[in-house]
Design a protein around this ligand. Structure first.
Ligand code: PLP
Length: 388
């Protein structure tokens, strides 16, 4: 029997070694790609025991499940075919027709649309709360409320909710808490440490870190993960083993990458905040940011993501044309810095009115700080703003 329970003391060591197979597969130092859809039958007692790639039970899956659980400090974890598959599979494991969710009002665009359109089609309603104020949430509560869904750092406004208040509120009312921890990553925040039930990730972003696969992750108690796995097995959102191999490889540098991106982002945010062409910077690492106090208390750092409002929409557009180092593209969390206008990309599915209501206007630019020199990035941003 292969053992995947290897675990060390620190995040730095675990990100490289946790869950590695023992004994090593044929002596290989890294987990080989198990490019086999199916396996010999054995002593199966349950459907989930049948070895088949869609059932997420290849050695590539086992290593990632064990490693992610250690990184998120949970009993168990799963990988999925995308971040959206991680989130929707998790929601569908806890919600059915007639149920109600509470979520905050500015979310990743895909989830914004899911709660507005797909959820209601399935009979699942959602009430939005303001991410900036803790309390007053009783008004959103209904007898059929089952789940509270939040992002640890919201996309694209980088708000930080009072997450301890979220846990207290959810416990008081018997709600399951689900947090999208993509932006913070387990390097800067582990939701289980403050009592959040389930963390989901777009592993496409920081966990993989190289902009070359789409993947998702979920972490929580063994009982919750079993419930989610049952849904995943039938919804079919399992991760292909080739992508699993790349995710395991990418994750080995997670700590190095995120620490560096966090340090650089702090410097970039301060430079942008001092620039007269910038109306406002959204980054919880800035003392003036509304999320600063909570982030200081709960997070090790505020991560590599930020957004800023230029003085006008035209200036934002010119900035994107003039900037030399970052690539103008959607997604985030890779080695290369990326810049994008959320109103023109992730939140294009919303009407202009819906976007304006939550502050996602055409003058808003989102920045994913990569691994380039912070000095060179700041100089590039300054020349792009000067000419914008
Ligand atoms: N959550 C956040 C915060 C995201 O930014 C994204 C994608 O941009 C997703 C979830 C969805 O992830 P994926 O694109 O891997 O399905």
């Amino acid at each position: 029997m292969t053992d995947y329970s290897c675990k060390f003391k620190t995040l730095e060591t675990n990100v490289v070694h946790a869950g590695r197979p023992s004994p090593n597969v044929e002596g290989a130092v890294v987990t080989p790609i198990f490019q086999s859809a199916n396996y010999l039958m054995g002593e199966e007692n349950a459907y989930g025991d049948v070895r088949y790639m869609r059932l997420s039970n290849s050695p590539n899956h086992h290593v990632l499940h064990a490693r992610l659980a250690v990184l998120e400090n949970t009993e168990a974890a799963l990988v999925t075919s995308s971040g959206m598959s991680a989130i929707t599979t998790t929601l569908l494991a806890f919600l059915q027709s007639g149920d109600h969710v509470i979520a905050h009002n500015s979310l990743y665009g895909g989830m914004q649309s899911w709660f507005d359109h797909d959820g209601p089609r399935l009979g699942i309603a959602c009430t939005r709360i303001d991410a900036k104020t803790a309390g007053g949430w009783d008004k959103a509560l209904r007898p059929n409320t089952k789940v509270m869904y939040v992002e640890s750092i919201t996309n694209p406004l980088m708000e930080v909710l009072d997450l301890e208040a979220v846990v207290a509120f959810a416990r008081q009312h018997g709600l399951v808490t689900i947090i999208d921890n993509t932006f913070a990553s387990p390097v800067n925040f582990r939701p289980a440490d403050i009592g959040i039930d389930i963390a989901v990730h777009s592993a496409t972003k920081y966990l993989n870190g190289h902009s070359d696969i789409v993947a998702g992750a979920v972490a929580g108690t063994r009982a919750h993960m079993q419930r989610i796995l049952n849904v995943l097995n039938h919804m079919g959102g399992s991760l292909d083993t080739h992508a699993a191999f790349l995710l395991e490889r990418g994750m080995k540098t997670l700590v190095l990458r995120v620490e560096r991106q966090t340090a650089s982002a702090g410097r970039v945010a301060r430079a942008l905040a001092a620039n007269p062409k910038v109306r406002q910077v959204n980054y919880a690492g800035l003392e003036t940011d509304p999320g600063y106090k909570t982030a200081r208390k709960l997070f090790k750092g505020c991560g590599g993501m930020m957004s800023f409002y230029a003085q006008t929409a035209d200036q934002a557009a010119h900035f994107l044309e003039r900037v030399q180092i970052p690539i103008h593209a959607a997604s985030l969390g890779g080695a290369e810095s990326l810049v994008v206008r959320p109103a023109r990309s992730s939140h294009l599915g919303l009407t202009p009115d819906e976007r304006a209501r939550i502050g996602i206007t055409d003058d808003l630019v989102r920045v994913s700080v990569g691994l380039e020199s912070a000095d060179e990035l700041i100089a590039d941003f300054e020349q792009a703003l000067a000419g914008a």
